[in-house]
Design a protein around this ligand. Structure first.
Ligand code: SF4
Ligand code: SF4
Length: 365
């Protein structure tokens, strides 16, 4: 939960912004702020998750440090967001994974990889790991079908349940009723804003990230990651359909839909994550919150390595390296699934919920 001190500081800065209103055209945060005279914890949580960290307001602000008012909205909201993710996650004992996120992601992914490797060595034998396997079912000769599907399905369903519970708590604390959600116009507008990253366009000139210069780069890199992820998800879903419904067993030819979608998604993820990591490295740390920076880096590195091992697996699937690459790739995928509810991935649900709340609010004013 955000400390009383942080909430007080947030209220102070919002009161200054509410009197100033210079930034009201930059994003959805300022018009939403202007609808309020007082700021509860729920209001501040909502506004913080509506912020895309574009930093336009920081570089435009006449009251930013070294001014004595010390207004630094992106940093303030990043601190509140980091608290939100931790606050709304479940179970409470695991919420500390947000605090030391780089280490948590590294340890969980490493452990998943080690467990898969040990199980393969114990049940399949070392020869399987370094042998050449070709044709239908070749992946399953290294990691059997049930071992490759059931644990991943369980971890994914657990992650979805934790994130849904978090979004329910967020919705309740930001004064939403469940009936509000059935507002199709608001859902459509929020979805358009989320898929188009509307608030990273700035006033058409891009945003102030990684520094004071305007740029569209962050929006494009983010799109590559987001749509790359969706394409990979589509590829996996289609492969499952081929396998379970049509009885066509993997691996599939290079020109099949699952492979083409997976390849496009993998390239998008590699380009998008490297671009965002490069921007993170260049970025001004003055409007940043270190916990959030750590979460961003851990998540981007994990996504990069997951796509890199996936692409290598595709390229070398008929070589003796296939077994080792399959274990590495499955370990990375397990790391993504295990840490999704306890790291940067969580921003997807809270930001979307904040966009829906904002669309409802704007429709009513
Ligand atoms: S961030 Fe600064 S310039 Fe923008 S509304 Fe707040 S006080 Fe005014
Ligand atoms: S950083 Fe960008 S999105 Fe966040 S409040 Fe400032 S202008 Fe709005």
């Amino acid at each position: 939960m955000p400390s009383a001190e942080l909430l007080k500081e947030a209220e102070r800065q919002m009161t200054i912004c509410n009197a100033c209103r210079y930034c009201e055209g930059y994003c959805a945060v300022f018009p939403a702020m202007e609808l309020r005279r007082f700021f509860t914890k729920g209001d501040l949580t909502y506004l913080a998750n509506l912020c895309f960290d574009c930093r336009d307001c920081y570089y435009a602000c006449q009251y930013a440090p070294p001014h004595e008012f010390a207004v630094n909205v992106p940093k303030l909201f990043a601190e509140l967001r980091a608290d939100t993710y931790q606050d709304y996650s479940w179970p409470a004992i695991l919420s500390s994974l947000f605090k030391h996120n780089k280490r948590a992601v590294g340890v969980l992914t490493g452990a998943a990889m080690a467990i898969i490797l040990l199980l393969v060595l114990a049940f399949q034998g070392p020869a399987v790991l370094f042998g050449v396997h070709v044709g239908e079912g070749s992946f399953y000769r290294v990691v059997p079908y049930l071992a490759m599907t059931v644990p991943f399905l369980i971890i994914a369903l657990y992650g979805v349940a934790v994130l849904l519970l978090g979004s329910f708590r967020f919705w309740r604390d930001t004064s939403g009723s469940l009936g509000d959600v059935v507002h199709f116009g608001a859902l459509r507008r929020a979805t358009q804003d989320a898929f188009g990253l509307s608030y990273l366009k700035g006033a058409g000139v891009g945003c102030n990230y990684p520094d004071a210069a305007f740029s569209h780069a962050r929006r494009w890199f983010h799109h590559l990651v987001f749509y790359g992820f969706l394409l990979d998800f589509g590829s996996t879903t289609l492969a499952a359909f081929y396998d379970h419904v049509l009885g066509w067993v993997a691996p599939y030819p290079l020109l099949s839909w699952p492979v083409m979608l997976g390849t496009l998604g993998g390239v998008g993820l590699l380009a998008g994550t490297s671009g965002l990591l490069y921007q993170k490295w260049l970025s001004d740390r003055e409007p940043a919150e270190q916990r959030m920076v750590n979460m961003d880096i851990a998540f981007l590195v994990l996504l990069f390595l997951t796509s890199a091992t996936g692409m290598l697996l595709l390229a070398l699937r008929e070589s003796p390296a296939m077994g080792t690459l399959l274990v590495l790739h499955l370990g990375m995928v397990a790391g993504v699934f295990l840490t999704a509810p306890y790291g940067k991935f969580a921003h997807v649900v809270y930001r979307y919920a904040a966009l829906v709340r904002n669309s409802i609010e704007q429709a009513r004013t």
